[in-house]
Design a protein around this ligand. Structure first.
Ligand SMILES: NC(=O)c1ccc[n+]([C@@H]2O[C@H](COP(=O)([O-])OP(=O)(O)OC[C@H]3O[C@@H](n4cnc5c(N)ncnc54)[C@H](OP(=O)(O)O)[C@@H]3O)[C@@H](O)[C@H]2O)c1
Length: 161
């Protein structure tokens, strides 16, 4: 049997899929990082046993964004937690996801960073530290709003199976 994965599904998209088919996706790949946590969607994924896979897990989508939030890598709260563990901000963010049950797909073209991003299985954030990162949520997404995407603007030709 094949497992179906979806991406950028909002609660309304999941609701429609679940209502109109017998398929429960195994994975929903969505934007999640400390500046955009999507708590409502995380809860809906969890309610249906759908694994949330975080894209831009260390906030890469925010690094080049104009505006006031800046880079999660330079966030003072994350930096303080990283210093307390002798880790990097990227490692703290990845640990935050993993401890909350999310899968992560950090991207790097830099071998030392790829190694660093794997090296997150021998330390643990406290509940207060995780909560402090949760509190950084701005509610502002870095990527496009899935509700605004149409087949006309974002569609690919899908060959019939
Ligand atoms: N489904 C979707 O709609 C969607 C949308 C966007 C992205 N994605 C996927 O999600 C994956 C990750 O997202 P993303 O690339 O936007 O963001 P990300 O993984 O959060 O961040 C990537 C950025 O962080 C840097 N970086 C990686 N590890 C680091 C570390 N340890 N310390 C400091 N900097 C570090 C990378 O630089 P270097 O590479 O220069 O090291 C790159 O600039 C991508 O592979 C992409 O395919 C999916």
């Amino acid at each position: 049997m094949r497992a179906v994965g979806v991406s950028n599904f909002r609660p309304e998209h999941l609701g429609r899929l679940l209502a109109e088919s017998s398929v429960v996706p195994a994975v929903n790949q969505i934007e999640v990082h400390p500046y955009f946590r999507q708590s409502d969607l995380l809860a809906v994924d969890a309610e249906h046993g759908i694994l949330t896979q975080a894209w831009s897990p260390i906030g890469g989508i925010t690094f080049y964004r104009a505006g006031s939030h800046g880079s999660t890598l330079e966030d003072a709260t994350i930096g303080k937690i990283a210093a307390a563990h002798g880790r990097t901000p990227a490692q703290v963010m990845l640990r935050w996801h993993l401890q909350q049950g999310r899968q992560v797909i950090p991207k790097s073209v830099t071998p030392s960073r790829i190694a660093e991003n794997f090296d997150v299985f021998d330390f643990e954030l406290t509940g207060d530290q995780s909560g402090a990162i949760d509190a950084l949520d701005t509610g502002v997404r870095g990527g496009p709003d899935p509700a605004a995407i149409t087949r006309e603007t974002f569609g690919l030709q899908i060959p019939e199976a």
